[in-house]
Design a protein around this ligand. Structure first.
Ligand code: R5P
Length: 293
């Protein structure tokens, strides 16, 4: 795709500028006003080119989703005929089955809803565990799932030569394997049982961690409890150090403090979600996918 404009929201200006620079295209911002009752008023450029790239990360998902659901048809009304959505963090991807009877499979519904409004979607490390590709949940539309794992792996290999990449659960195998193979690092995964939002149990793999520099790698950290339990287990098993590298740094509430208290040394993330721990930029990765779309 050869977009005539990058359209982004005014609360993601830094990310938008990085992507516009990588693509060497113009950037325009959607201005937002929040009414006292919580509704949003959006103002877009009054005339849009036929091909528009729209950037919207979906951390803090609910109000950002509503704004996106308004902005997409508004962009069409203002002249956009083809819209490629870049959502570096795509929310709701972890609810990928009905874990209890009657539970909505949000992954399917949110992806289908977005797919009905855009011509394509690019994201980074969506939580694809029970499906292989985004196309399965976006009927008739193309979804591109990029991975920050090789970039994070390069960072880790530089910071902690000889690190053991440890995924805190079996779903993380795809990320530790990719990063490990790209950069010649050992990798393995734990087994996890989630008992509640803030309660998880983690069992280590059957290999010696004694004296190893362990780097926990995952797609997303939210409450941080998954990483906390993996850290405690690794240190109890004799790991020399534990660092953390994640694609999506949500780190809600006391997550970072809990990681520090558990003994984590350093926390690194990609900037797919803007966060103080971000060390690995994804603008170049996304720009390559836009050009190839
Ligand atoms: C789920 O399997 C994900 O890959 C993460 O492990 C999970 O979302 C982390 O959540 P939390 O930080 O709340 O433990």
């Amino acid at each position: 795709m050869n977009p005539g404009l990058l359209l982004a929201f005014d609360d993601e200006q830094a990310q938008a500028e990085a992507l516009a620079t990588a693509l060497q295209i113009d950037l325009a911002l959607v201005e937002r006003h929040r009414f006292p009752d919580g509704e949003s008023r959006l103002r877009l450029p009054p005339q849009l080119p036929a091909q528009v790239l729209l950037l919207r990360g979906l951390h803090r998902p609910n109000h950002k989703l509503v704004e996106l659901l308004i902005a997409l048809p508004a962009a069409r009304a203002l002249g956009a005929r083809q819209i490629l959505l870049v959502s570096p963090y795509l929310a709701y991807m972890r609810q990928d089955m009905a874990f209890t009877p009657g539970e909505a499979v949000s992954q399917r519904h949110i992806a289908a809803l977005l797919g009905s409004l855009v011509d394509g979607l690019i994201t980074v490390d969506p939580h694809l565990h029970r499906i292989r590709s985004l196309d399965e949940v976006m009927p008739g539309k193309r979804g591109v799932a990029l991975s920050a794992a090789p970039l994070l792996g390069a960072w880790v290999a530089q910071q902690v030569p000889g690190a053991l990449l440890l995924g805190p659960d079996e779903e993380a195998l795809q990320w530790v394997a990719e990063a490990g193979r790209c950069h010649g690092l050992d990798f393995a995964v734990c087994r996890k049982q989630r008992l509640g939002d803030h309660e998880v149990r983690v069992a280590l793999p059957a290999l010696s961690l004694a004296g190893r520099a362990v780097v926990l790698m995952d797609d997303v950290a939210s409450t941080g409890r998954t990483l906390v339990e993996a850290t405690r287990a690794a240190l109890a098993a004799g790991a020399a150090s534990v660092d953390v590298a994640v694609t999506h740094a949500l780190f809600v509430g006391d997550a970072l403090a809990a990681l520090q208290a558990a003994g984590v040394r350093q926390v690194w993330s990609s900037d797919a979600v803007p966060h103080a721990t971000a060390v690995v930029p994804v603008a170049g990765l996304i720009a390559g996918a836009v050009r190839a779309f």
